[in-house]
Design a protein around this ligand. Sequence first.
Ligand code: ARG
Length: 634
Amino acid sequence: SVETNALAAQLERLGLEKVEKYPNCFPEVNPIDIYRSHITSLMHEVTGIDPAIIYPAVQWTQSLDKGDAILAVPALRVKGKKPAELAEEWIAKFPESPLIEKPSAAGPFLAFFFKPAGLTKFLIPTIRKHGESYGKNPHNGLVDPNDPNSGKKKMIVEFSSPNIAKPFHAGHLRSTIIGGFLSKLYEGAGWDVTRINYLGDWGKQYGLLALAWEKWGEEEALLADPINHLFNLYVRINQDMTAEKEIIEQKKNLGEDVSELLANCLDEQARKYFRRMTDGDADAVAIWKRFRDLSIVRYKKTYARLNIEFDVYSGESQVPESDMENAAKVLHDKGVSEDSDGAVLIDFSKHVPGKPGKGLEKAVIRKRDGTALYLTRDISELLNRQKKYDFNHIIYVVASAQDLHLKQLFKTIELMGHEDIAKKCQHINFGLVLGMSTRKGTVKFLDDILRDVGDTMHEVMKKNETKYAQIEDPAAVADILGISSVMVQDMSGKRINNYKFNMETMTSFEGDTGPYLQYAHARLCSIRRKVGLSDEELDSADLSLLTEKHATDLVRLLGQWPDVVQNTLKTLEPTTILTYLFRMTHVISSSYDHLRIVGSEKELQKARMALYDSARTVLSNGMKLLGLTPVVRM
Ligand code: ARG
């Protein structure tokens, strides 16, 4: 095949005849796997140990001074001798190799350094050839990773999931950013990914919203900005409802008969209206559907700015009543749920052994008036997703404030007899954003934040008049930079950590920020523009000229990229990617003084430009994986 031929050519360049294909070794897409495979073969020669044990034990390192690959001797499970002793013995016997230096011992580890000349000559053309797909590994998502014909596994990522007519708060923002990233991560790993937005679009509050619309709704305002108009209506009627409740309460305290007031109050009207919706009353459903459809149109525009597109807009409204009744029956028949004062609940302490109080507590699944709840809907929605998509794995990207809710959901599915489904469910949680506000006040919607951060970036850009004049559409670039600021700040720490929304730090060019990454990318683009070398010239560059430590260190880092992505599939933390990108961009920026292009002779220019251009490819791939749009000028 084409892949095999390309690989053969690469091996020739390395002076290798062949590479053993161990399980989960993908030399066609991960160049370092060639080295891992080679190390494994040599280690097998030296130790006689089964390569299947050696290969997975050859790991990447955290910093370049520790080597390019590292092997923990105890992982090879040789009995009777100390790891350090074994290491010494093996090093003494280690044969010469065209690819790697003789290993060195570091405590119980063997450290391997790749020979830089070979790595450079081999890696840069590989990155140039793979381009945008460098770092992707389509084998991961296969039913059998080692069998290309086994078909893709199916992943559902549910994320963002805002509530119509309510603020799009920080929790939704984080869910959107993290969910968008995870979807891209799994897609790059060869999974068949379906992105679902599970809208909060059902419940009594949507009856209340419809009442507000009947009272004060304005057609034009709705069409112009549905999300804001609905939100304003919702706020207004909630104020009325609260005021009304207070009055009723006061009268009650004075001993007056409030039964008539209660029967006609907004809360009761909303309940009745929602009942019409659940009963399928055509008019009631039509109004609600308009709100939903218009909101979705608006949401889509915002998501597009973040490079996100959902495959499905599902939502709480989409769960059929009949499905929830069926689920209730199963729960009842299996003795999972119980009646309590006319309501139905699950007392998890009866089903989950554990310390009282530390468990999953109790959850109501039917109110006394017969209405379903958030959890009730989630149960049936999950079962329906399994039927509809037959997924291998499902991820819920939801704030850690809902840890208990999702634990209850997964446990309920298990107690219903669907252990198989429960095993495929994963909650990806995250902490809070503190102090999120804009100059214009507290944030209500994502668009407000993005507009505000974009404005800030625009002001920063204007300070450099010459550069500013060269940018074709500065407002658009400012918008992208603003979005990058927000996203990078969000992804900098571990997901579970809270962080403080800080407009000043996030928009700064100092430190590990979005603008810094964008600047690093734009600078690489600008160097390429200025030097004006063609792709053919870079392809024919004499890479043996790249001998300086700055150059070879950068090459070594670029080689790690596919492994960084692999590792991220384990951590599922965007910060794993970001940390690497910052490490890499710091090395690039400290290289500029040592690996000059301007003033160097042509051949050296070509070689260095080929290196910088490979770095740009990796940086761009990383940024895109995070959901950022790399800019070429700023
Ligand atoms: N709409 C919910 C909220 O804003 C989030 C939904 C999370 N997903 C779920 N399947 N429960 O809190």
